[in-house]
Write a protein that binds this ligand. Structure first.
Ligand SMILES: [Mg+2]
Length: 181
């Protein structure tokens, strides 16, 4: 169960506390694309999120996108933000995150994973001993297979919240009400 517990939960990427991450020794971020930075399947990134990436870079953070989306999609956002990307990463495989860490050139102790999915982003990052941060998905649209996983994900998140292992306030919207699945 420990592998499913994120180190931090925040409503959105823009709510991340960069100063706090620095204090924890984090110098690099591996950030998911779909439903973390951009609504699933959407070609446009919200300006606020693009600005946040700029601020994080200006604050000295190294950033790499790690996405299971097609390489073309990952590359487009990487180019827009002027950061590297690992496309078709096959998260939660460790290889996906290792490739990102290689691009950052940082040891695992200095790397955080940011993503909207418990079973890919958080589980994969935790397996490698990375600092993991869960955010709310930007959209309810996603692959059919992901939708199925979301029901299971919600159950695990509720259980973690009940046991006080995560701050449920930040992700209230995704917990729903008990018994609706
Ligand atoms: Mg995602």
């Amino acid at each position: 169960m420990k592998l499913f517990v994120p180190d931090a939960v925040v409503p959105s990427v823009v709510d991340l506390d960069l100063a706090d991450l620095k204090r924890r020794g984090i110098a690099g971020l591996l950030i998911d694309i779909d439903n973390t930075l951009v609504p699933w399947g959407n070609p446009q990134m919200d300006e606020r999120l693009a600005e946040w990436i700029g601020r994080a870079k200006a604050a000295g953070f190294k950033i790499c996108l790690v996405s299971n989306a097609l390489p073309e999609r990952s590359a487009a956002f990487a180019q827009l933000l002027d950061i590297p990307a690992v496309g078709r990463a096959m998260k939660p495989l460790s290889r996906a995150f290792r490739r990102g860490m290689d691009r950052l050139g940082l040891p695992r102790k200095q790397v955080a994973v940011v993503g909207d999915q418990l079973f890919t982003d958080v589980f994969g990052g935790n397996r490698l001993g990375l600092f993991t941060i869960l955010v709310n998905p930007l959209s309810t649209e996603e692959l059919g297979t992901t939708k199925v996983m979301r029901r299971l994900e919600r159950r695990v998140l509720r259980s973690l919240a009940r046991r006080g292992l995560i701050n449920a306030d930040s992700i209230k919207m995704r917990l729903g009400s008990e018994g609706n699945d």
